[in-house]
Design a protein around this ligand. Structure first.
Ligand code: PEP
Length: 257
């Protein structure tokens, strides 16, 4: 079986500040000495360059740890008169390695769709970023038995737009909408069922090695429920919202992954 390095990505959303970044870096320097996990910090865009610089300044103390920086969104366009938008090339230029795409909050409040997310994915890849593609069903879609269909549609559109090898260097985050920020995490069994579906579906629709693609679980992950979630065969770490704003909890989660 392919061994997959777990990823722990912290999505700060519109929260946090440079003090949090300093606190995290200090803690990573003293408390996490393992390259077995890949850590991704996704602060608000205005802090990206500072966080990157902070990691570089502390490179010696962080030598044993893999930590990268990621954007929370990128435009489907290259540039121009699009006030407030950020191009994938701009994220790359300040040292980002990753970008979260299609987060359910962007879909619900800022117009992201299956089509636009697939286009953003293309820009991320073209600029050397690793997309962290968020997929997941709403509560009513789950109740109606549509979970797999909703997720399949996003995966298929990404392959249609980006080609059969789209997932060669991409990460997927399964984030059921009903679990995000609710304190109501999916059970380990529910997560595993969907992660296994995603992997099997990728094997069907793409030429990327589905066994090598990291699939993260996101939705109310805390140190209290992470061990069981991360122990599932197809769960390769987490996309963490609320708990990524607490340095102790986030480091703790990184140690559990
Ligand atoms: C998220 O927003 O991606 C998320 C998983 O949030 P939380 O961990 O707070 O549920």
């Amino acid at each position: 079986m392919t061994s997959r390095r777990p990823v722990l990505a912290g999505n700060w959303k519109m929260n946090g500040n440079l003090q949090l970044a300093q606190e995290l870096v200090a803690k990573f320097s003293s408390e996490l000495d393992s390259d077995a996990v890949e850590v991704v910090l996704c602060p608000p865009a205005v802090f990206l360059a500072n966080v990157k610089q902070l990691l570089e300044q502390n490179a010696a103390a962080l030598a044993g740890t893999r930590i990268g920086v990621g954007g929370q969104n990128a435009s489907a366009l290259d540039g121009g008169a699009h006030t407030g938008e950020i191009a994938a090339s701009m994220l790359a230029s300040v040292g980002c390695d990753y970008v979260i795409l299609g987060h359910s909050e962007r879909r619900a409040m800022y117009g992201d769709t299956t089509v636009s997310v697939a286009e953003k994915f293309a820009k991320a890849i073209a600029n050397g970023l690793i997309p962290i593609l968020c997929v997941g069903e709403s509560e009513s879609e789950r109740q109606q038995g549509n979970t797999f269909d909703v997720i399949a549609a996003d995966l298929e559109k990404v392959v249609e737009t980006n080609g059969k090898r789209a997932f060669d260097n991409a990460i997927i985050a399964y984030e059921p909408l009903w679990a995000i920020g609710t304190g109501n995490s999916a059970t380990p069994e529910q997560a595993q069922e969907v992660h296994a579906f995603i992997r099997a579906h990728l094997a069907k629709i793409s030429d990327s090695d589905a066994n090598a693609v990291r699939i993260l679980y996101g939705g109310s992950v805390t140190p209290d429920n992470a061990v069981e979630l991360f122990a599932q065969a197809d769960v390769d770490g987490g996309l963490i919202g609320g708990a990524s704003l607490d340095a102790d909890k986030f480091i703790n989660l990184c140690q559990m992954a």
